[in-house]
Design a protein around this ligand. Structure first.
Ligand SMILES: Nc1ncnc2c1ncn2[C@@H]1O[C@H](COP(=O)(O)OP(=O)(O)OP(=O)(O)O)[C@@H](O)[C@H]1O
Ligand SMILES: [Mg+2]
Length: 358
């Protein structure tokens, strides 16, 4: 799969942009604040309907303008998909595929697969559990629409239950209503736990293999799923925790408290890993994401590398670049020096200056 063209109108600092990328490696270079990340963001938005930064549509619209337009052509298995997005200030965005409006953003998910890689991803081991859950959920949602829907339902129930815990504080009679939400959380939560269990097993295998190659077989990486509760103990745990939940007005049992344990040679990297070890393991996880999406979708995803090359040493850079052959890749950087030195060949180079391409 690859992006054949991207057209933007009033998107962030671009009044107008037409980009014709190569199906291979595309370098987008330029000074700071010229619009490099904005281009990657637009491609990701075009493929997933969401900004990788989590920005609201109204903030993406070029300052002083009312609307923003994006058009992207994706070629996949000889089909040409035209994706149109119309961003508005106070309304949900309009999305059409081949000129036919779609109602749910999820309809795009089966068509386009993208992986966004930014320097923050290299901190996934160092950061808190929520980053690791996000990593897991993002991949699972991209590959499995039912998971996406279960996760949304689960989060909705969780919010309702937390709100109820606040209300009970003022009106203790409401406590009986907790049972309904507990049951709903078990219902959706168990499905999340099942899928995360499968996912972690497959991630462990893929990341383990990649990490061995990346470290010249000196490190054995293992990923394990640290679930907050077993499905069979879920109800018990909810009952045991209820009093504490009422006191803290927060829900403590369930997969929203899950984590991933990443260890090297038996040592938990979250606690004992050196910075370099943590970053190398994070790279293995990210490379696993690419492979797992490719395997599940039977198609190479489009890869967006925002400023990550400069964050990696020469060996890691080479490993990354050698593992993305035949994958359409967009790489942003501030200078071209790093590529002149390496044996690596870019297929197309774009120079971004003040919201335009030179
Ligand atoms: N809605 C908007 N309207 C107009 N300009 C915007 C909007 N949102 C962001 N910008 C501007 O876009 C510019 C470019 O941002 P971008 O993140 O793409 O830079 P960059 O080239 O990736 O820089 P860096 O090398 O520092 O990462 C910024 O100066 C920012 O102020
Ligand atoms: Mg940037």
């Amino acid at each position: 799969m690859y992006v054949k063209s991207l057209d933007l109108k009033n998107y962030r600092n671009f009044e107008k942009l037409s980009l014709l990328p190569d199906p291979g490696i595309n370098i987008i270079y330029g000074g700071n604040a010229q619009g490099k990340t904005n281009i990657l963001e637009a491609i990701y938005l075009g493929g997933t309907t969401k900004s990788h930064r989590g920005t609201k549509d109204r903030d993406i619209i070029r300052m002083g303008e009312e609307e923003s337009h994006l058009r992207m052509h994706i070629i996949k298995a000889d089909n040409d998909y035209r994706i149109d997005m119309h961003l508005k200030k106070n309304k949900p965005k309009g999305i059409a595929i081949g000129g036919i409006p779609i109602r749910r953003a999820g309809e795009l998910f089966g068509i386009v697969n993208m992986v966004f890689f930014s320097p923050e991803d290299l901190s996934i081991i160092k950061n808190g559990p929520s980053e690791r859950r996000k990593f897991m959920d993002l991949i699972l949602c991209e590959l499995d629409r039912i998971y996406l829907s279960n996760l949304m339902q689960y989060n909705k129930c969780l919010n309702q239950r937390n709100r109820l815990l606040h209300d009970i504080f003022f009106n203790p009679k409401l406590e009986t209503e907790l049972d309904i939400w507990d049951e709903q959380l078990r219902n959706y939560g168990s499905r999340l736990i099942e899928k995360r269990t499968e996912f972690t097993e497959s991630l462990n295998e893929t990341a383990g293999r990649i990490h061995q190659n990346l470290t010249g077989k000196s490190e054995i990486l293992e990923v394990s799923y640290e679930k907050n509760t077993e499905i069979s103990d879920f109800a018990d745990k909810q009952n045991k925790n209820r009093e504490a939940d009422l006191k803290l007005k927060n829900t403590s049992a369930g997969p929203h408290r899950d984590d991933l344990c990443i260890s090297v040679n038996g040592m938990d990297l979250r606690i004992y890993g050196s910075q370099g070890q943590q970053r190398t393991a994070a790279l293995s996880l990210k490379l696993s994401e690419i492979q797992m999406i490719e395997k599940a979708a039977n198609e190479k995803p489009v890869l967006l590398l925002d400023d990550v090359l400069s964050e990696l040493d020469r060996d890691r850079q080479n490993y990354l670049l050698s593992s993305i052959k035949e994958t359409q890749t967009f790489i942003t950087c501030t200078g071209l020096d790093e590529f002149v030195k390496s044996s690596f060949n870019a297929d197309r180079v774009f120079h971004v200056v003040k919201g335009g391409i030179e």
